[in-house]
Design a protein around this ligand. Structure first.
Ligand SMILES: [Zn+2]
Ligand SMILES: [Zn+2]
Ligand SMILES: [Zn+2]
Length: 313
C-alpha cells in the first residue's frame, strides 16, 4: 500500500494547503482503495472525521476463471493459437500479463512460431499487420508507440498482446475481450486493476488467471493468495478488501446470495452463478453450464458471434 509514495508524490503534500484553508470542505476521490489505503490517505492529509462514501469496484460483466496449473504454457495456452488462426483480425482482443520480461518474450516467440504465416493479417510480413505484439519496460520506444497507437483501436490488427505490468498506467482501451494472468500478480489490488482493463465498454469479458503453484508459494500478498486458493466465490473473496468501513458490506452480502438457474438454457447458462466465477459456476445445475474452461471459451464465442457479429468460427 504505497499510496502516493510511488505515484504522484506531491499528493502527500496536499495537507499543507488544506491546513491553510480553515473550515473549507474537502472532497477526496479515488478509484480503488482498500481500508489500509483509506487509513493512510486520512493520516497523511490529517483528516480525522471524514464521511466515507464507497462502492465496491465490482465488474459484473467480467467472468473470473481461476485455473490451478503447472508451468506448461504451451499446453495451457494453446487455445490462443486456435483463436488467432480461426479469428485472425476478428479474433477477440486478448491481453496476457506475464510475471517478467523473459516470460513475455518466450510466449511471444512461441506464438509467432506456431502461427507462422498466419501471424500476419494479409500476405505481407510487416509489423503493421502483425496480430501479436509484446510490451515490456525494455521494449524500444518505436514498438511501444506502435502498440499504444494501434491496440486501442476498435479494428486493431493487434489481437494478442503479451505484457508485463509496464503496460497499464493511463491505458484506456475499451474493447479488450479477455485478460489473462499467467501466474499470480504481486498484489490483489494490482491484479484487480489489471482485470479492470477487460471489457470496459460493458461487453461480456473474461478474466483468466493461471494460478501457477510456484507463484502461489512465493506470493507475499495475503489477499492475492486467498483469492487464488479459495474454494468459494473468488469475486466475493477479492471484493472484501474494498469493503471500506460498513460501506460496501451490504453490496457484498447481495453478491454472496446467488440463486441457481431455473431454466433449461440453450447455449450457455447465464445465471448468477454462471456469470460470476469458476468457483460459483460448479454449483449451477443447469444442463448448459460450461463444465470446463475450454467449453466456456467455445460457448462464449457463440455469444460473441451473436452479440458482436464477429466471424463464423
Ligand atoms: Zn463467484
Ligand atoms: Zn441455465
Ligand atoms: Zn447457471
Amino acid at each position: 500500500m504505497l499510496w502516493g509514495l510511488d505515484f504522484r508524490k506531491d499528493y502527500r503534500r496536499v495537507c499543507e494547503i488544506v491546513c491553510l484553508l480553515d473550515e473549507v470542505p474537502t472532497l477526496m476521490l479515488t478509484a480503488t482503495a482498500t481500508n489500509a489505503v483509506k487509513a493512510d490517505v486520512c493520516n497523511v492529509l490529517a483528516v480525522e472525521d471524514a464521511a466515507v462514501i464507497a462502492r465496491l469496484p465490482n465488474r459484473p460483466n467480467i467472468f473470473l476463471h481461476l485455473l490451478k496449473v503447472k508451468e506448461n504454457f504451451e499446453e495451457e495456452l494453446s487455445w490462443l493459437i486456435g483463436c488467432l488462426k480461426k479469428g485472425q483480425t476478428k479474433c477477440p482482443k486478448i491481453l496476457v500479463y506475464c510475471r517478467n520480461v523473459r516470460a513475455v518474450y518466450q510466449m511471444y516467440m512461441w506464438v509467432m512460431e506456431e502461427l507462422g504465416d498466419q501471424a500476419y493479417a494479409g500476405r505481407h510480413h510487416s509489423v503493421d499487420c502483425r496480430l501479436v505484439e509484446m510490451f515490456h519496460s525494455k521494449a524500444d520506444q518505436e514498438s511501444m508507440e506502435r502498440i499504444m497507437t494501434n491496440f486501442p483501436k476498435e479494428d486493431s490488427h493487434i489481437r494478442l498482446l503479451f505484457a508485463t505490468i509496464a503496460f497499464g498506467m493511463g491505458v484506456q482501451i475499451n474493447d479488450v475481450d479477455i485478460v489473462v494472468h499467467w501466474g499470480l500478480e504481486q498484489s490483489a489490488l494490482q491484479y484487480w486493476q489489471e482485470v479492470g482493463r477487460c471489457a470496459r465498454d460493458g461487453r461480456p469479458g473474461l478474466a483468466v488467471t493461471y494460478a501457477l503453484s510456484r507463484t502461489i508459494t512465493t506470493c507475499k500478498d495475503k489477499a492475492m493468495k486467498e483469492v487464488a486458493t479459495c474454494s468459494t466465490c473468488c469475486r466475493v473473496q477479492l471484493l472484501q478488501m474494498f469493503a471500506i468501513d460498513s460501506a460496501g458490506a451490504e453490496e457484498l452480502e447481495t453478491l454472496k446470495l446467488k440463486s441457481n438457474c431455473e431454466q433449461n438454457c440453450l447455449q450457455m447458462c447465464q445465471c448468477a452463478l454462471c456469470s460470476c466465477c469458476s468457483n460459483c459456476q460448479v454449483d449451477c445445475c443447469c444442463p448448459s453450464r460450461a463444465s470446463s474452461f475450454l467449453e466456456r471459451l467455445e460457448k462464449m464465442y457463440v455469444v460473441f458471434l451473436t452479440c458482436f457479429k464477429i466471424l463464423a468460427f
